[in-house]
Design a protein around this ligand. Structure first.
Ligand code: ZN
Length: 115
């Protein structure tokens, strides 16, 4: 069942508007992953959310987001992790295809309305 607007708005109040992951949305709505993704994708179509793609560092004790892009096609083939560079890790430069791409959303409008 599609969650009602009240529930979605309540979930949005608890989320970081700059970093909304499907998983967080799923948890707050108490719904399935598929429905949570649908809520986010409808919000994109309505102009409330903007979708981005983040790359996750693959060094085990880092796992931070290296950077984020609006289009998959804009992501360079190689990226470096600044955190790992600062920590003096051996491996700081990665092939993008070896990394996890995590989609996330930014909330760019104040109220989510399907009408
Ligand atoms: Zn790293």
């Amino acid at each position: 069942m599609f969650p009602n607007i009240k529930k979605i708005n309540r979930a949005l109040e608890k989320l970081d508007p700059d970093r909304i992951y499907v998983e967080n949305m799923r948890y707050l709505l108490g719904t399935s992953n598929r429905i949570a993704k649908l809520v986010c994708d409808i919000a994109v179509r309505k102009g409330y959310f903007k979708k981005f793609y983040a790359l996750e560092c693959k060094n085990k004790h880092c796992g931070r987001i290296i950077g984020s892009w609006e289009n998959i096609s804009e992501i360079p083939q190689k990226v470096s992790c600044i955190t790992c560079e600062e920590n003096g890790e051996n491996e700081t430069y990665f092939l993008t295809r070896e990394l996890n791409i995590i989609p996330f959303y930014k909330y760019i409008k104040k109220s989510y309305k399907l009408a």
